[in-house]
Design a protein around this ligand. Structure first.
Ligand SMILES: Cc1cc2nc3c(=O)[nH]c(=O)nc-3n(C[C@H](O)[C@H](O)[C@H](O)COP(=O)(O)OP(=O)(O)OC[C@H]3O[C@@H](n4cnc5c(N)ncnc54)[C@H](O)[C@@H]3O)c2cc1C
Length: 517
């Protein structure tokens, strides 16, 4: 390695051992010598790893459940160039898979599904660094005395896309038995909260607005005037008179702030200013009102209104544009998400555990023993058998708490004779071989797994950084405080958490939301 080129070599990756002796043609044969040198799958993977032990059930765990402790440290060491300095010597595993998938989220599980459709006898190994499968589409279970279970999405909230689902994605949902349009009609129960008279609210905090105050209502004309009107809401808000008048105009006024320009010209101009600049400098909103809007974009983009274009905020339905006669539909210079929603978006449906149901249905398809029952609705209440995920001899195996640390072609990529994937688990490093490999993990980690990639491709992959998005789920034995306040949730524009919400009222199969007063 030269001083200039700090790319890890194969030796650094622990992947320098000669593997030419293996013949991956047709994806079946493996030399006897290799077998002799390798640990058996039983030794390497059927040791008493946590997921095989009785009582292992991650959906019930609490605390940090996204990138939880134990899931990311190895990745950080790899990034910092430290992992291979202290890593255990990789141990070869004897089984050769037709496909190795890195990442057990919806993408990785779907890759395994489609591969099995094309090759029903394929042997597939799925590796994931977390203690649970599903990637972002996980779930949290809360169990109450009397056997009642409350479910929450542990990340991904709902079936919803800025663009209509592709034929492939839509087809997969159908294959899994999911019909979002019918399910929405049958299962969504918004009337539960409505019947109790619960409204939205805003919590104004002292640090941002000068006093701590919960003000109920304020949906206003723009959002379908259910509950208290905006004027009554603003009358109670700890805001200056100028701020109140400005908010009323932004939310309900019909002002064209760019008279004389065509719709296309307005859209172009709006694409070149932030929403904050639009409010302040074009709509002339009083600066004291900005805090009311500053975090409106956090939930979608993870950044404030100063970092999002006004046009994208129009696409997402933020207020202030209703008098500007903007033609419906996306325009050049819009972001992918906002442009998609401006063009109509997709169908939507929220399972009680978010998109974890999709991941669980895929797991049931791949490893029936791991997900008891049949049908979409009953998968919601099914208790997964984690010990069945990685059974010896099974055609599909999902190995948790196993982080891929290296992946490479055997031979030149153009004439590859298979792939070799190294992964770390419980302080050990294993090396497994396959005919094919799908990297369905996180893009920004791929340059560390495949250091031989061209620089330009690595630079592009590095750009795909993630924005932290934190959901906290709390199980309440008694939620009557919400009823007494008359609220279903509240925006908290100055808070560390920018909103609080009662669970969605969705019934699915035997999973029923409580609806009592
Ligand atoms: C909080 C949150 C809310 C979201 N809400 C929605 C929503 O409502 N609707 C929607 O459609 N989308 C939503 N998304 C986007 C969501 O990420 C995608 O819809 C989808 O679930 C992504 O699936 P995936 O398999 O591509 O990636 P992921 O779900 O990220 O799965 C990839 C898996 O690979 C693992 N992995 C990465 N690197 C390695 C490695 N080296 N070795 C082993 N494993 C590795 C990851 O840890 C992860 O478990 C949300 C995302 C988040 C974070």
């Amino acid at each position: 390695m030269s001083g200039k080129d700090k790319r890890p070599s194969d030796r650094d990756l622990g992947m320098d051992r000669d593997i030419d002796r293996r013949d991956f043609l047709n994806g079946v044969a493996i030399g006897a010598a290799a077998l002799a040198a390798a640990a058996t799958e039983a030794q390497a993977a059927d040791a008493p790893f946590a997921q095989d032990r009785p009582g292992y059930y991650p959906p019930e765990r609490t605390g940090m459940r996204g990138s939880h402790p134990g899931s990311f440290e190895v990745a950080h060491e790899l990034r910092d160039g430290k992992f291979w300095q202290t890593a255990a010597k990789p141990e070869d595993i004897d089984t050769v898979y037709d496909l190795i998938v890195v990442g057990g989220g919806i993408s990785g599980l779907s890759a395994a599904h489609f591969y099995r459709v094309a090759k029903p006898d394929a042997k597939i190994l799925i590796l994931d660094n977390h203690d649970d499968f599903g990637g972002h589409a996980k779930r949290n279970e809360f169990h109450f005395p009397g056997g009642r279970m409350e479910l929450m999405n542990g990340g991904t909230m709902l079936i919803d896309s800025p663009r209509p689902y592709s034929a492939v994605a839509d087809g997969l949902l159908k294959t899994l038995g999911i019909d979002p349009v019918t399910l929405s009609k049958q299962c969504n129960k918004p009337e539960v909260y409505r019947a109790l008279g619960l409204q939205g609210a805003t919590y104004f905090d002292r640090e941002t607005f000068g006093s701590d105050k919960l003000v109920v209502g304020g949906a206003g004309r723009r959002r379908g005037s259910e509950g208290s009107g905006l004027k009554e809401f603003l009358d109670q808000a700890p805001l200056t008179d100028k701020a109140k008048a400005g908010i009323l105009r932004i939310e309900e006024g019909d002002v064209d702030y760019m008279p004389g320009l065509s719709s296309a010209e307005k859209k172009d101009r709006l694409s070149r200013v932030s929403y904050r600049d639009f409010l302040l400098n074009i709509a002339k909103l009083d600066p004291s009102a900005i805090a009311f809007y500053q975090t409106r974009t956090h939930g979608e983009w993870g950044v404030g209104i100063d970092a999002e274009s006004a046009l994208d905020c129009w696409g997402l339905g933020l207020p202030g544009f209703q008098g500007m006669k903007l033609a419906p539909g996306s325009a050049p210079r819009m972001g992918y998400t906002a442009a998609g929603y401006a063009d109509g978006g997709s169908y939507r449906f929220h399972f009680p555990d978010g998109n974890a149901t999709i991941a669980r249905l895929l797991v049931r398809e791949l490893i029936p023993a791991a997900m008891p029952g049949t049908g979409v609705e009953n998968v919601v209440t099914a208790k997964a058998d984690y010990a069945a995920l990685d059974r010896k001899g099974a055609p599909v195996r999902i190995r948790l708490s196993s982080i891929a640390v290296g992946a490479r072609n055997i031979g030149e990529p153009a004439n590859s004779r298979g792939v070799e994937v190294a992964y770390a688990r419980d302080g050990n490093v294993f090396r497994v071989h396959g005919v094919n490999c799908v990297l369905a993990g996180w893009n920004m980690m791929i340059p560390y797994l495949c250091p031989e990639l061209p620089q330009a491709q690595k630079a592009a992959l590095h750009q795909l950084v993630k924005v932290p998005l934190v959901y906290t789920t709390v199980a309440l034995r008694n939620w009557h405080a919400f009823r007494k306040l008359g609220i279903q949730g509240a925006n908290c524009p100055g808070g560390d958490f920018t909103g609080i919400q009662l669970n969605s009222t969705v019934d699915s199969g035997s999973d029923r939301r409580p609806s009592g007063a």
